[in-house]
Design a protein around this ligand. Structure first.
Ligand SMILES: [Zn+2]
Length: 80
């Protein structure tokens, strides 16, 4: 089973979500779509190149890794 997580850039951070992505074959949400994130927020998705340079939400990152069974990110703690 493919993992159900998609990343969503919103509010100047990259969050992860298990909400279904409406467009088949895509792993992104259309701009402006309301998405529930793994860190428990409801955000409006953004699109565009700059959005992908935003920092990764650490709570979403942890949850996403739990869901797919990936080990924790090794460099946690390096940033304030
Ligand atoms: Zn988040």
């Amino acid at each position: 089973m493919p993992h159900p997580i998609a990343w969503v850039p919103a509010e100047r951070a990259r969050h992860a979500s298990t909400d279904p992505v409406s467009q088949r074959g895509r792993r992104e949400y259309p701009e402006g779509q309301r998405v529930s994130t793994l860190c428990g927020r409801a955000v409006e998705a953004c699109e565009g190149e700059l959005a992908w340079l935003w920092w990764t939400c650490p709570t979403c990152d942890d949850r996403a890794r739990e869901i797919v069974g990936a080990p924790p990110r090794p460099e946690v703690g390096g940033r304030a």
